[in-house]
Ligand binder design. Structure first.
Ligand SMILES: [Zn+2]
Length: 61
């Protein structure tokens, strides 16, 4: 079960095998679960949104 390639997470920049792909970008399971838990008022949420925007910008480029 080592055929899966590691992908760089856009949130934590770590190379992970498990996670979700959004467009051409990747979010690892750790960050995904954190994203779900993150409160809208949390500073981290703004960071996530910023990272998400980069995906959209890349997609439209
Ligand atoms: Zn991550």
């Amino acid at each position: 079960m080592e055929s899966q390639e590691q992908v760089q997470c856009i949130i934590c920049s770590q190379l992970k095998r498990d996670g979700i792909h959004i467009c051409t970008s990747f979010i690892c399971t750790d960050c995904e679960s954190e994203l779900v838990r993150t409160d809208v008022l949390d500073d981290k949420y703004s960071f996530f949104i910023k990272q998400m925007r980069q995906i959209v910008l890349k997609k439209n480029a």
